[in-house]
Design a protein around this ligand. Structure first.
Ligand code: IMP
Length: 204
């Protein structure tokens, strides 16, 4: 039940449809009207100029919220590989080049690991989420992580981004093989959202 007088509609401030789907599944039970940027006319593309995930999540939330005059969630996420000094990190979406595709990013990840860290293939996903009101003020922030291992070849066809290479050791399967149900419990986005929702429930 949502009894907050102003917060009735929440914008999911991402242009990534896969991310949007994952956010929607976990936020739907809160009783808010959820709108993706594809459903709102006139949204903007926010430049990710921050040097950390949470800085970028705050930017995406507050700039879009001010522009659309709506409560907005900003989400920033990516893959960090300790053997590559934390790369691709905040550059996960554009690791291979500015107009990167998932395929080119994955190819670069494989070749960098082969050249620089063949013996240590552990990696973790990070997801940060921020909630801004229509004036741009941030009210809630949360972060989640999910550890795994980068395989040498692709496995599975679900998910997006680095998922066909990212194996969850306990399952011996990649996120692309495990599919949405497991991902909606275990992933960095699920973990960040669980913390975020606890705070949001107190707020509503
Ligand atoms: P952002 O849109 O700037 O937050 O970039 C996120 C990027 O991180 C995506 O384009 C993917 O490359 C990667 N990423 C984030 N979350 C996931 C995930 O759940 N699976 C696979 N790749 C992800």
């Amino acid at each position: 039940m949502n009894s907050h007088p102003a917060l009735q509609t929440l914008i999911l401030g991402t242009h990534n449809q896969k991310k949007c789907g994952e956010l929607r599944v976990l936020l739907e039970p809160l009783g808010l009207k959820l709108l993706s940027l594809a459903e709102v006319p006139g949204s903007i593309e926010v430049d990710e100029t921050g040097s950390t995930f949470i800085e970028n999540a705050r930017l995406k939330a507050s700039q879009q919220a001010v522009h659309l005059k709506q409560w907005t969630i900003g989400e920033d996420s990516g893959l960090c590989v300790p053997g590559l000094s934390g790369e691709p990190g905040v550059y996960s979406a554009r690791y291979s080049d500015p107009g990167a595709t998932d395929e080119r990013n994955n190819e670069k990840l494989l070749s960098e690991l082969l050249a620089r860290s063949p013996g240590n293939r552990s990696a973790y996903y990070v997801c940060t989420i921020a909630l801004a009101d229509p004036s741009g003020q941030i009210h809630i922030e949360a972060e989640g992580q999910c550890w795994g291992r980068i395989l040498k070849e692709y496995r599975g066809s679900g998910g997006f981004g680095y998922d066909p290479l990212f194996e969850i050791p306990e399952y011996h399967q990649t996120f692309a093989e495990l599919g949405g149900t497991v991902k909606s419990v275990l992933s960095h986005r699920a973990r960040a959202l669980q913390k975020f929702i606890q705070q949001l429930r107190r707020f509503l």
